[in-house]
Design a protein around this ligand. Structure first.
Ligand code: UT7
Length: 338
């Protein structure tokens, strides 16, 4: 028996912020032993944006969030929950970046917190926003994925420094009585037995700041790239198949497949396994690199700003990241077309 809900969660608006400075493959050629040809062939990335020295995660998150609130035609004081997904918070570990963003936006006396789910963070937030809204607890939830990933990248490590970029994306998720506008499904999961695939060893309870942390560069991201790659392809494909089958939707009927932007070859392998046509698959990895929790909302913003994403159209989101975590979502874009 299908359950009738009195509140549905709807995706009302999107916004993003991309820092000005570009770090190109040619720049990286001067920093580590790599080539533009290798990077493009193995990852599809040509350039990524890097935040200014005095520009932090909350600055980028606040800019993306302000745009999303305006595009939802709301005032900042109508937001009743602020959620931020990031693995590069302003502070390890308090106050949360969500609290700082709330303050920058003048949103006060409202629940605000961060989550840590790495690249899956934004889709994890959609599941949390959905639960808060469907339970009737909140009406307008601001969800933000923001990363200053350059703050945890070792720019002498060619296996990671070519991949990551900085940026932020945000959306407003609002309650609606109209089932047509509501999320169809969100699925989020994790397997901590793969924790060592992607890890920032310090600072934390295991490695508090010490001379050893500095000497061994334990504050930088470490990744088992090839193992992560293979698991990503397998997990993303399985996850999408499951959410489509469960909701009886054919991959052909998805106008916008928006996967996490980590590597073009991962996206291509997943798209091919799902028999997606090229025009269904959204690709921004070439110009932004991997921006972790910001990657999916930045990609949604790109297709909205270019007029490709229209009101009412279906989006399929699919993501994978450190933890390991993964998540997928099937939902209509319930905001206005540009
Ligand atoms: O967002 C969270 C999820 N993250 C991901 O999904 C990332 C997944 N992983 C990847 O995208 C890929 O594994 C990488 C792009 C990181 C690496 O590509 P790969 O095809 O898996 O290469 P590999 O690690 O197996 O390395 C192949 C070779 C090695 O040389 P040898 O041992 O064959 O001589 C590396 O040392 O490529 C070398 N290499 C490089 N060469 C030039 C590694 N990085 C570079 C580089 N430039 N930047």
């Amino acid at each position: 028996m299908s359950q009738t809900k009195s509140h549905y969660a709807s995706f009302r608006s999107i916004g993003a912020y991309v820092p000005e400075k570009i770090l190109s493959n040619a720049d990286l050629e001067k920093m580590v032993d790599t080539t533009d040809e290798w990077i493009v062939k193995r990852t599809g990335i040509s350039e990524r944006h890097i935040a200014a020295q005095d520009e932090v995660t909350s600055d980028m998150g606040a800019k993306a969030a302000q745009l999303a609130i305006e595009r939802a035609a709301l005032n900042n004081d109508e937001i009743d929950l602020v959620l931020c997904a990031t693995v590069t918070p302003d502070y390890f570990n308090m106050p949360s970046t969500a609290c700082i963003i709330s303050d920058k936006l003048g949103i006060r006396n409202v629940q605000a917190f961060d989550i840590s789910a790495a690249c899956s963070g934004f889709v994890y937030l959609l599941s949390i926003a959905k639960a808060f809204i469907e339970s009737g607890m909140k009406k307008n939830v601001l969800v933000i994925g923001a990363e200053k990933f350059s703050s945890i990248v070792d720019y002498t490590d060619r296996s990671t420094c070519i991949l990551f970029g900085d940026g932020a994306g945000a959306a407003v998720i609002s309650a609606t009585d109209n089932a047509e506008e509501g999320f169809i499904d969100v699925h989020a999961s994790a397997d901590g037995s793969y924790a060592d695939f992607l890890v920032t060893p310090a600072p934390g309870a295991i490695n508090p700041v010490s001379q050893k942390v500095i000497d061994e560069g334990l504050n930088f991201v470490q990744m088992k790239g090839n193992e992560t790659f293979k698991l990503a392809v397998k997990t993303l494909t399985k996850d999408v198949k499951e959410i489509l089958e469960k909701n009886e939707i054919a991959s052909d009927d998805i106008p916008h497949f928006i996967p996490h932007q980590a590597n073009y070859r991962i996206i291509k392998a997943v798209g091919d396994a799902l028999k997606m046509r090229e025009e269904q698959v959204v690709l921004t990895v070439g110009k932004y690199g991997n921006t972790s929790a910001a990657s999916i909302p930045m990609a949604i913003n790109d297709i909205w700003e270019s007029g490709r994403l229209q009101s009412g159209e279906l989006m399929l989101l699919d993501t994978f990241g450190g933890g390991l975590t993964w998540a997928s979502a099937l939902l209509p874009f319930a905001g206005k077309s540009k």
